[in-house]
Design a protein around this ligand. Structure first.
Ligand SMILES: [Zn+2]
Length: 467
């Protein structure tokens, strides 16, 4: 980046640093008794073209497509201003890109961006979009792009068109159901190999060939795949599935894929074309299939079958009931950046051509995070409450403990959690894991105070129904 724009950026970041305080969580609720609820399903293709960067540009770019990437969601009408929920087969949508996606869907649905949840599924042979990071790396001239802006804009155009055409084909929603089932041998905690002080010494990645690591227990996971379905009379018209694991079997080969969770979703979709099947990744920051995945190609299909079996088993438990109340709640948070993140040092890392691509592109995401905090753009958490069911939308790579905590906070209801909303902060460990180190903590952009800020936000979203 030229020195004058670099200086301006630093001034902007520094000038606002004094304002980096805990941002009070602003819980807002919009409670609506249901009159005539309707649901408009939409989907559109978000497969990147040949040559497009994958996972931030530090793995092989697109050489081919094994199966397409999709954005899938619905607009819920009849409970105040429209509500939009969408899952995207991308690694992440960060900062302004996440705001733009919510704004585009809101505009097309005739609502406001705070009533839109966009959650990524987090496959890695997929785009990982931060517009500020793209601007930073493109000015360097010798770094791989993060996102092709023309492709990105085309996806937003498709988003608007898909929502508009979905709104022409709404279905009445009369009932809702929630169910769950155990998934066998997929999720495992990555941080199980520790010394006597609790420090993480080695970790299981999304795949793992270290027999000693694979032999260790699952550790803390949420084994349940949860499904929440909406009905028009007896007909199931939308089914949202939630499971917490990194969704990669293998990646880095340049072949785009929705990976094992997407393959499971697509199989179920083929079987039930009249129902919109949507898959959300839960709080999987410290969860992967590493214990059960050696990274070889046949395992993708095996893992897909296990997720599919979980979906079918969860659906078997569904018992639809008439809907009485729908409520949309939001909470905003502006967590603090780590004190070790220095804009000046990050610029040096990005500009140093001796560093690897990952060690130059990744700091550009960190710098973008500092810029975002400088602009005081909050992260929006949200929850769609339908009678005694809450669909909770959390940001980034949240640790599994947040999902389990949400289920405790909302113990009077069924809580299904989707993470990987706004990806700005990258990993969100719980406070007590910060001293224990490990990869996720080493690349978390916020300090441990994010735990209290996010938990306060979750509490306001999961207040008892009577409040
Ligand atoms: Zn991840």
């Amino acid at each position: 980046m030229p020195s004058d724009s670099r200086r301006r950026f630093l001034e902007q970041v520094t000038a606002s640093s004094a304002a980096w305080t805990l941002f009070p969580s602003l819980g807002r609720a919009d409670d609506q008794a249901t009159g005539s609820l309707h649901l408009a399903p939409f989907r559109f293709d978000v497969t990147p073209p040949k040559g497009h960067s994958l996972c931030g540009g530090w793995i092989r770019p697109v050489i081919g497509v094994d199966d397409s990437l999709e954005a899938i969601g619905f607009v819920l009408l009849g409970a105040g201003k429209p509500i939009v929920v969408c899952a995207v087969d991308w690694t992440g949508l960060l900062n302004d890109a996440h705001v733009q996606w919510r704004s585009a869907l809101a505009e097309a649905a005739g609502t406001t961006p705070d009533r839109v949840a966009v959650q990524c599924v987090h496959q890695h042979n997929a785009p990982f979009v931060c517009l500020d990071a793209e601007a930073i790396v493109s000015k360097q001239g010798d770094l791989p792009h993060i996102v092709d802006l023309d492709f990105y804009r085309r996806c937003l155009d498709k988003a608007r068109a898909a929502v508009e055409s979905g709104l022409q084909q709404t279905r009445p929603v009369t009932a809702v159901a929630a169910g769950q089932a155990n998934v066998q041998n997929v999720a495992s905690n990555r941080r199980v190999f520790r010394n006597t002080y609790g420090h993480v010494m080695k970790m299981r990645g999304s795949s793992c060939r270290d027999e000693e690591l694979r032999a260790l227990s699952d550790g803390i996971i949420d084994p349940q795949l949860k499904t929440v379905a909406f009905y028009d009379g007896d007909t199931k018209i939308a089914a949202c599935h939630y499971y917490a694991t990194h969704p990669m079997s293998y990646y880095g080969d340049g072949r785009v894929s929705s990976d094992f969770v997407g393959l499971a979703r697509k199989r179920r979709q083929r079987e039930q074309p009249e129902c919109q099947h949507i898959y959300f990744t839960g709080c999987a920051g410290n969860i992967s299939a590493g214990k059960y995945n050696d990274g070889s190609q046949p395992v993708r299909r095996i893992l897909a079958n296990r997720i599919y079996d979980g979906i079918v088993a969860a659906e078997k438990t569904l018992q639809p009931k008439s809907i009485e109340h729908v409520r949309w709640r939001t909470a905003e948070m502006l967590p603090k950046a780590r004190s070790t993140l220095s804009a000046d040092t990050l610029y040096q890392q990005i500009s140093d051509s001796r560093n690897s691509f990952v060690n130059r592109n990744r700091p550009s995401y960190m710098l973008s995070w500092l810029g975002r905090l400088g602009k005081q753009t909050p992260i929006v958490l949200s929850a769609l409450q339908v009678d005694d069911i809450s669909l909770l939308h959390l940001p980034a790579e949240s640790f599994i403990e947040y999902q389990l905590r949400a289920q405790q906070l909302g113990s009077d209801r069924f809580v299904a959690t989707a993470a990987y909303g706004d990806g700005g902060p990258w990993y969100i460990p719980i406070a007590e894991e910060y001293p224990n180190g490990g990869y996720e903590v080493s690349v978390a952009f916020c300090d441990s105070s994010i735990d209290a800020v996010m938990t306060t936000g979750m509490q306001s979203l999961l207040l008892p129904k009577s409040v």
